[in-house]
Every structure is written in C-alpha cells, then in structure tokens.
Ligand binder design. Sequence first.
Ligand SMILES: [Zn+2]
Length: 204
Amino acid sequence: MDAIVKNFPASSQKQPQPTQQEVEEAVRVLLRWTGDDPEREGLLDTPKRVANAYRELFGGYAETTEEILGRTFEEVSGYDDIVLVRDIPFFSHCEHHMLPIIGKAHVAYLPQGRVLGLSKIARVVEVFGRRLQTQENLTAQIASAIDETLKPRGVAVMIEARHMCMEMRGVQKQGSHTLTTTFTGEFKANAAEQARFFTLARNP
Ligand SMILES: [Zn+2]
C-alpha cells in the first residue's frame, strides 16, 4: 500500500469514493449551472456518460507507476548512451479549472546497465496525465518516477502543451505552447548532455 499512498495526491485519501448516483447528481447540477435543462431528452443519459468518461480520463488515480515500471528491468551490457522517446502524446486536465491540457512529452534517460521497455515510458506519461495536474508537476513526476525506479545516470523530461483554460477563456491565447523541463543526475549536472537532449528532442 505504501506505493499507492506515495503516488496519490494526499487529498484523494481523505474521503470515501462517491457513488455513481452522487456523481450523476453532481453532473445534473452542473447542467443546470450552464443554463440547460437536465430533464430534456438529449441530456437524460449525459450524467451517466460524464461519470464514465471521468472514470477513464482520471484513471491515473487507480494506477501507480511502481506497478507499471515493475521491479525487474532488462539488463544491457554495452549500451550506455541516451535513450529518448520523443513526441509522446498525452491528454491531461489542469487542477485549477479541470480543463484539458493537450501536449506531448519527450523523455530521455542515460542507462546504468539496465533499460526500460519503451512502451513503459509512454505508460508513465499516461498515468500522471490522467490526473488533475499542473504542467510543472506533471513534468517533475514523470522524471522522478523513472529516476527512482530505474536509477539511471540521469533523466530529462520536456513537455510542450496547450492549456484550454488559457485558450478557451480569459486571456484567450490561442495556439500558445507552454514548455517545461526537468533534469536529474547527469542531465542536470552536465550542460553538454542537456544540450544534446534538446537537439535530439526538437530536431526531426
Ligand atoms: Zn487551468
């Protein structure tokens, strides 16, 4: 259970999971808040659909990266250079407005004798993406999950994303991208490694 607690936002532990009925009622309240009528035919099944969609979109709370990454890794002898998975698409939601964050992640590490299955890196991005997030925390969480589990010589994560809470409302900066990075180990200590990561991540 330790891993689950560690991987969860502390707040999510405090209250019991609401029932399906409670969630559907909450959606009906939101429908009324928009000005629409939850009793009209087109909206009758909407609360149920929204509840199910939320279960999927926020399915990251039910998973831990420890489970995904596992405890056994492929041992490699001979390859110790950068491993980069580029352009991993993700959909998340901002914790301030619960509106979509749409982006892609570039994740690299410098192996220390062992490597991850490449699909596992994308799964880590997905698990943290399917929670309420800030882009800064998402970037840091991906880096530290890989750093702590695989213990490589260094991890580099860069995320480029569009925030619908900025684009659809308020300041309305359509099409603007927010860029965040986190570096650990040799990527943090060594400017040349960092520069190499940027070159590999951004050049086609
Ligand atoms: Zn927001």
